[in-house]
Write a protein that binds this ligand. Sequence first.
Ligand SMILES: NC(=O)C1=CN([C@@H]2O[C@H](COP(=O)(O)OP(=O)(O)OC[C@H]3O[C@@H](n4cnc5c(N)ncnc54)[C@H](O)[C@@H]3O)[C@@H](O)[C@H]2O)C=CC1
Ligand SMILES: O=C(O)C1=N[C@H](C(=O)O)C[C@H](O)C1
Length: 244
Amino acid sequence: MKIALLGYGKMGQIIEKFALERGHEIVLKISVDNLEDLTRQSLKGADVAIDFSTPDSVLGNISACFDANVPVVVGTTGWYGKLQEVKNDCDSSNNTLLYGSNFSIGVNLFFKLNQTLAKLMNNYPAYEVQVEEIHHTQKLDAPSGTAITIAEGIVDHLERKSEWLNEVVGTDVELFPKADQLLIESHRIENIPGTHTVIYSSEVDEIEIKHTAHSRAGFALGAVVAAEWLKDKKGFFSINDIFE
Ligand SMILES: NC(=O)C1=CN([C@@H]2O[C@H](COP(=O)(O)OP(=O)(O)OC[C@H]3O[C@@H](n4cnc5c(N)ncnc54)[C@H](O)[C@@H]3O)[C@@H](O)[C@H]2O)C=CC1
Ligand SMILES: O=C(O)C1=N[C@H](C(=O)O)C[C@H](O)C1
């Protein structure tokens, strides 16, 4: 496949390595240094685009892919408030997009485990639940996209929680969640690729499920596999559609 990389930073560069290893060709690499190279014409030379850019640029990049009728895999996070709008655009323009807050196999298994545990906990009101995420200090968005997916998995399956709220540890803002609110605590520490923990705590004990990414390799390989999966599809998909 001919692949356009929209975003050639930490993730884009590892994705390139896996794509080449799997026999693909990189026909376009866009970063903040060559934004002028992203044109309808240049995109049309790709079978698929993979976007790992920034929360501020991702929506423009998606529009550019729709305009060129090029399927796009979106790994960028921090834009999910616009998800429904993007889905509508995708459907009405007969385009193709797959997004995922996390492309690693381990985290997608973790998402399922999280939902199962949340369902079980409906019978055990003594447990209070909290989500924690830790990422490197260059991360632009908080909470992480993965933490949002985890929190939605809890809110959708645990009756006593109806919404999530986020506290970035180390800032002056301290939150006091109400009983029906799920706290996501975000920590920013040098060089952490991504750690997510769900903690159920009672007076007498604690249950913790935790995913630790040792590197960015799982995210990057997952993005290339997602692009391969998307090749002959049409429509709006999430990473969950691959794992189903
Ligand atoms: N879904 C997943 O599995 C994962 C998602 N991510 C997300 O991917 C995104 C990128 O992460 P990193 O590579 O770590 O960030 P990074 O900061 O290392 O790279 C971002 C790249 O985007 C480029 N860029 C800036 N404006 C652009 C524009 N208008 N068009 C195209 N590129 C532009 C920058 O020059 C840079 O090359 C973040 O939103 C992050 O949260 C990161 C890892 C895994
Ligand atoms: O910015 C990152 O690095 C990561 N972002 C994704 C997220 O926001 O969940 C996935 C992974 O945790 C790494």
